[in-house]
Design a protein around this ligand. Sequence first.
Ligand code: ADP
Ligand code: MG
Length: 270
Amino acid sequence: MSIPYEEKASSGLARLGLKVASDQLDSVAQQAAAASWSYTHFLGYLLEGELAERHRKTVELSLKLSHLPYVKRLEDFDFPAQPGIDRRLIEELATGRFLYEGRNIVFLGPPGVGKTHLAIGFAMITAELGHRIYFTTAIEMARKLTKAMAENRLHVEMNNLTRPKLLVVDEVGYLGLDPPQASLLFQAICSRYERNQAIVLTSNKAFGEWGSVFAGDPVMAAAALDRLLHRCTVINIRGESYRLKEKRSAGHIETPKEEKSRKKKNSDSE
Ligand code: ADP
Ligand code: MG
């Protein structure tokens, strides 16, 4: 006896790996009959459920492998508090076009102004577009690469840094690199540049100070900057730490002006 097509439909979808479509087949078929959908409407609807679930799983896996320290979104960024940042530029970058053009984004500025927040926001967007991401700090990356080199598997570690659609290198310049570490950071930048793969980088050091970032080697610093800035959007963030600003407005700490006037009062009363 031949198997009815109704049964074949469900088991066939499952065998093709379309698990969600297979599970939803009966209920979607009933919906389709009740609403007199066309056959293609029915098929499109069924596939949409499958594709949405696949996408959700891709994003979940990407975030799991990302090494992101925490989740931050561009939507949570308080732009009015940081008027120096061109919101429209951030929104244009948030379309993700920079990823396909292999353009880098560099955030420069003092501590607490939101560089890591924005870098994570762009990593989240990349994951949500269905791509792999990798987040690291400069020192962590340099240490990993140094270890890999000692264990004769530098190419494996370099590949891990080169393959993801986006590499975030946070805190460049916070901690000093020794010459071998600086050279490995340089190699990682070159490797992504040659493959047209985007980097989002944050640093508290202006480019003029990058000689010290690269262990006092201005030639290597210039060569790294040459590659990094070839296709790049640089966003300079100024101002004081967001948290400090919040505390100040809540009255927990004084403004520099208040501090000065308090000290003056104290010295006058002495
Ligand atoms: P940076 O990397 O520049 O040192 P962070 O991104 O770590 O600063 O910011 C410190 C904290 O302040 C984080 O919790 C971040 O989410 C928050 N923060 C900084 N700037 C903003 C902002 N404009 N809007 C919302 N949160 C902000
Ligand atoms: Mg930071």
